[in-house]
Each structure stands twice: as structure tokens, then as C-alpha cells.
Ligand binder design. Structure first.
Ligand code: IMP
Length: 179
């Protein structure tokens, strides 16, 4: 197996192998199965980055559930607060639903804080978050995340859904930028 790859102008090396990632996702699913027994959660997977995590997670979720996909726009300027992300493509009514947001990575946390606030405004019965990766050192706003796959160093990663300028989402292993 080739362990170092080039994507655009940068070199990356394997950081977490696919089988380790998928074992951990299976553990997250088991936890969700326990916590949501008797409920019917609605998973909201944030595109593009979470598609691979969401697909793997759903294969191990055994409670009755639904999944839908949404996008978060790049920053939109507003007059009041400066910049916000907009949620795009959420057609389902989430009022009264047990919602689980599925994200690829929480970096500064700013995106997730905004998504959470916008979803809570729609009165779900409950809202929890699962992210495959989190960079605790990069966090700029405190946020409760119920199901975290891996806490990683504050370095740029790609693969398993995550991209570098459009490329690398298809890689099964997680790669990190070479020093
Ligand atoms: P945040 O608002 O800073 O938490 O940014 C979250 C988003 O930034 C994620 O959903 C990713 O799309 C992107 N992102 C953050 N860190 C990385 C990384 O290391 N590799 C690829 N994308 C990243």
C-alpha cells in the first residue's frame, strides 16, 4: 500500500486507517442504538463531507430511523452579525423529532454552533450531534457533542469524506498533511 500521497501541491501520509475508523463508527452506532431505543431518530447528514461517515454509521444503526441530507452554505454576509451559514435543503419538518446531526469534522466549531442554533429554532424534541473527527485545540466556541469518533491534533486532514480543495473525499483512510 502506498502510504504517502500527493493531492494538488501538498503531500499527505496515512494517519488513521480505514478499518480503525470503521470499528470506531460501529461503536458510535452501538451507543446511538442504546440511547435511542424505542425512538425514531432523524439523522441530518451535512454534505458534502459527512457522506462516507453517514453511510458507514447507518449500516450499524438498528433502531428505526430516517436520514436526510443538507448543505450549509459558505458564509453569507448579513447586516447585523456579519457572517452566518445558511442551512440549505432541509425539507423535513423537524418539530418534535429526535434529531441527530452527522458531521465530518468539528474544527473551530463555528459552523456547528450556527447549525445547532438554526435547528433548535425549529423545536425538535431533542438534538444531538455526532462528528467523526474533532480538533479540540482548534475549538473557538464551546459546544456539546454527544458522539465523537476521534479527537485529533490541530492539523489538516483529508480522506474519508474530507477534501483538500475538492480532492481526496474518496480516500478510505484518513491522511494528514506531512510536516
Ligand atoms: P468549523 O466551522 O471550523 O468547525 O469548520 C468545519 C468545516 O471545515 C468541516 O465541516 C470541514 O468541511 C472543514 N474542515 C475543517 N477542518 C478540516 C480538515 O482538516 N480537512 C478538511 N476539511 C476541514
Amino acid at each position: 500500500m502506498q502510504s504517502t500521497i500527493q493531492v494538488h501541491d501538498k503531500h499527505f501520509e496515512v494517519f488513521i486507517e480505514k478499518n480503525v475508523i470503521e470499528h470506531r463508527i460501529n461503536e458510535l452506532a452501538s451507543q446511538i442504538n442504546q440511547d435511542y431505543e424505542g425512538k425514531r431518530p432523524l439523522f441530518l447528514a451535512i454534505l458534502n463531507g459527512s457522506f462516507m461517515f453517514a453511510a458507514e454509521l447507518m449500516k450499524s444503526v438498528t433502531v428505526a430511523c430516517e436520514i436526510t441530507f443538507l448543505r450549509v452554505s459558505s458564509y453569507q454576509a448579513t447586516e447585523s452579525s456579519g457572517k452566518v451559514h445558511q442551512i440549505l435543503g432541509l425539507l423535513e419538518n423537524i418539530e418534535g423529532r429526535d434529531v441527530i446531526v452527522v458531521e465530518d469534522i468539528v474544527d473551530t466549531g463555528l459552523t456547528m454552533v450556527e447549525i445547532k442554533a438554526q435547528l433548535l429554532a425549529q423545536n425538535p424534541a431533542s438534538l444531538s450531534i455526532t462528528t467523526l473527527f474533532q480538533k479540540p485545540e482548534a475549538l473557538r466556541q464551546p459546544i456539546d457533542i454527544q458522539y465523537i469518533g476521534f479527537e485529533i491534533e490541530n492539523k489538516f486532514v483529508l480522506g474519508y469524506g474530507l477534501d483538500y480543495d475538492g480532492l481526496g473525499r474518496n480516500l478510505g483512510d484518513l491522511y494528514v498533511l506531512c510536516e
